[in-house]
Design a protein around this ligand. Sequence first.
Ligand SMILES: NC(=O)c1ccc[n+]([C@@H]2O[C@H](COP(=O)([O-])OP(=O)(O)OC[C@H]3O[C@@H](n4cnc5c(N)ncnc54)[C@H](O)[C@@H]3O)[C@@H](O)[C@H]2O)c1
Length: 350
Amino acid sequence: MKITMIGTGYVGLVTGACLAEMGNQVICLDIDREKIDSLQAGKLPFYEPGLKELVKRNTQANRLHFTGQYSEAIPGCDICFLALPTPSNQDESCDLSYVEKAAKQLAEIMDNYLVVVNKSTVPVGTSERVKQTIQETLDARGVQIPFDIVSNPEFLREGSAIEDCMQPDRILLGVNQSKAAKIMQELYAPFLERILIMDIPSAELAKYAANAMLAARLSLINDLASLCEKLGANIDAVRDALAHDDRIGPQYLNPGIGFGGSCLPKDMKALRAMAKTHNHPTDFFDSILEINQRQRENFFEKIRSHFDRTKGKTLALWGLSFKPGTDDLREAPSLYFIQKCLVQGISLRL
Ligand SMILES: NC(=O)c1ccc[n+]([C@@H]2O[C@H](COP(=O)([O-])OP(=O)(O)OC[C@H]3O[C@@H](n4cnc5c(N)ncnc54)[C@H](O)[C@@H]3O)[C@@H](O)[C@H]2O)c1
C-alpha cells in the first residue's frame, strides 16, 4: 500500500519505518526542514534502539522516503496517517492546532479517495473535527473527493518502540465505515487477531484511559514509597509482593522521582480538562498529578536537607532523559531538579 505519514517524530518515524519493513511504500512528511534534510542524509533526529538500521534498510530498499512537501507526499496515497504533536494549552486542554493545520494542508492537495488515520493522542470528538476541516477545505476547492476518518491511537513506548510496533499487544481501530475498516485490516493483516474494532469516540478515549491507568500505578507506588519511609517498611519488598500477584503484575510499578516524558503528564492534564468540560469530578486525576509533583519536590528536599549549606556545592546528575533507553528530555523530572539546584546556587555536572 502507499502510505503517507504526516509528522516524522518519535511516532511517525518509527511507525513509518515499521510499515515500510512490512512491505509498504511509505513517505514520511515533516515541516521541519532540518529534520528531513538529516533523514535524507541518513542521520536520525533522535535515538531509538534499532531504528537507525531499520531506516537504513528500508531507505536502501526504496520503500521509505522523506519529504518536506505536501505536494510530493499526498497525491496517489491510499492511507494518510497523522502523527502530529498534541501538546498542552495554557489551560491544560489539548492543543489541536497542529492536527487541524495538517488536515487542512492535506485536503488542499488530496486528489483521490483517502483513509485519514489519526495516530496522535487526541480528545474525544477530534476525528469529527478533522473530518469537518477536510470537508470544508474540499468544499472551498469546489471538488468532491471521498475520504474516511479512522482513529488508530498509538501505544508504542520510547526505548522499545520498534518491538511495540512490530509486535503490538493490540491495535485499536475506531472506525464507522466498513470500507475504511477493510483497508486498515488489510494494512494490519499480520496482526489480524490483535485488532480491536470499535466506535471512534471509544478509540480516542481508550488511549487516555491506558495512560491514566499507567500514571495511576506509578503515583500509587510512589506514594507507597513515601509512606514506607515513614513506617520503616521497605518499598522494594512491598513492590515485590505486588509484582508477584498475578492480578497486579510487575509493569509500571517501579518507585522513582515521578513520571515524565511527552505523554503521561500532558495526557493526564488533557483527560482532566476533558472531565472538567463535561462537569465530571476530577479528584482522581488531581491526585495522580499532585502525587507526581510531590515526588519530585520530596526528592529535591532530601538532597537539600542532606547538606548544611547547598550554596557552592557541586552535584553530578546521571541520567537526564525521562526514562532509560531514550534521549528524550521532554518533561523529564531531571529538568525540575536542575532548575531547583541552580536557584539554590548548586553547580551541576551533567
Ligand atoms: N512519543 C511517544 O512515545 C508517543 C507514544 C504514543 C502516542 N504519542 C502521541 O503521538 C503524537 C506525536 O508524538 P511524537 O512524540 O511523535 O511527537 P514529535 O514532536 O516527536 O513529532 C511530531 C512531528 O510533527 C511535525 N509537524 C508538526 N506540524 C506539522 C505539519 N503541519 N505537517 C507535517 N509535520 C508537522 C513536527 O515537526 C514533528 O517532527 C502525540 O499526540 C503524542 O501524544 C506519542
